[in-house]
Design a binder for this molecule. Structure first.
Ligand code: UTP
Length: 297
């Protein structure tokens, strides 16, 4: 039986400490990459997969996220009066989308943020997108994951091969490839174990969990009773590890372009690369970068 994923949960209640002081009073998820806040890239990615409902987990100082996805009457009228159709189009494209907001009172960790979405998710499978992982808009990662979820009727997590010295920044899995998987040969895995932020010496592999998940509602039972794990936070990885004892979880190896925009370097890389591809900027920005690089020699 086909189960379609109609809801997306976007946790955005973290403290964003790697971006302080910028994130002292403004959400990390609202930092713009070129001309759109990070969280809008995730919303557009999910929309392109047919997802219709969005549940955003917010916290203190996160009101601008709600304002961003709300209609802006005065601004819209002003642009209309001035005949600025293209700009108007840019700010109203998401006006018809359903957003629900839930406040995570204390940022106890990603696992806890997901539990906060339970009253809205109810008993359906759902996607989780971490907005600080920007996936190249030309990639079909989430679409592929939904396909795999429907094929195996199971949770699916996105994986990326990372240098061993970097495994301590991620949840890392032990897994075996599915030998008979035809659609995504060699890229679908049965997960056998997972561990949050292991040291390079103890990590079970260099396959890291990245910020895209297709989860089933049974995850909530496994997250609810969890004690804080690595870093004193309630970790989604620990909940998944507990779920793994009850059912199969699949991993999908992503080999496209992802930007870890929650880190300063990744944020700058995303800005430069998406800037180079931006229709209004590409020529001038490329020339600027070329001149800048040649001035270093
Ligand atoms: P991160 O660990 O990358 O974000 O969480 P952070 O804690 O905000 O940032 P740093 O590490 O201090 O710089 C991944 C995602 O989970 C959300 C964050 O908002 C981010 O989108 N999150 C994290 C929550 O919603 N609640 C939490 O308690 C923790």
């Amino acid at each position: 039986m086909k189960i379609s994923v109609k809801k997306a949960v976007l946790p955005a209640a973290g403290l964003g400490t790697r971006f302080l002081p910028a994130t002292k009073a403004s959400p990390k998820e609202m930092l713009p990459i070129v001309d759109k806040p990070m969280i809008q890239y995730s919303v557009e990615e999910a929309l392109s997969c047919g997802i219709k409902e969005f549940i955003i987990i917010t916290g203190k100082y996160k009101r601008t996220i709600e304002d961003h996805f709300d209609s802006a009457f005065e601004l819209e009228e002003n642009l209309k009066r001035k005949g600025k159709k293209e700009l108007l189009e840019k700010i109203i494209t998401l006006n018809h989308i359903d957003f629900a907001y839930i406040r995570q009172r204390t940022p106890l960790g990603l696992g806890h943020a997901i539990v906060c979405a339970m009253p809205f998710v109810k008993d359906e499978p759902f996607a989780v997108l971490l907005s600080d992982d920007i996936i190249d808009p030309q990639e079909t990662l989430l679409k592929d994951m939904i396909y795999i979820h429907e094929k195996y009727n199971a949770p699916v997590i996105a994986l990326e091969r990372v240098p061993r010295k970097e495994v301590q920044k991620y949840g890392v899995v032990a897994c075996t490839p599915l030998p008979n998987e035809k659609d995504f040969k060699g890229r679908v895995f049965k997960i056998t174990d997972m561990v949050e932020k292991p040291s390079p010496e103890t990590a079970p592999s260099n396959l890291a969990i990245i910020g895209r998940y297709i989860l089933t509602p049974d995850i909530f039972t496994h997250l609810k009773g969890l004690k804080p794990g690595k870093g004193g936070e309630i970790q989604l990885t620990d909940g998944l590890k507990s779920l793994l004892k009850k059912r199969q979880i699949y991993g999908y190896l992503f080999n496209g372009k992802r930007y870890d925009a929650g880190s300063k370097l990744g944020f700058l890389q995303a800005t430069v690369e998406l800037g180079l591809r931006h229709p209004e900027l590409s020529g001038d920005f490329k020339k600027y970068l070329k001149d800048l690089i040649s001035s270093f020699h």
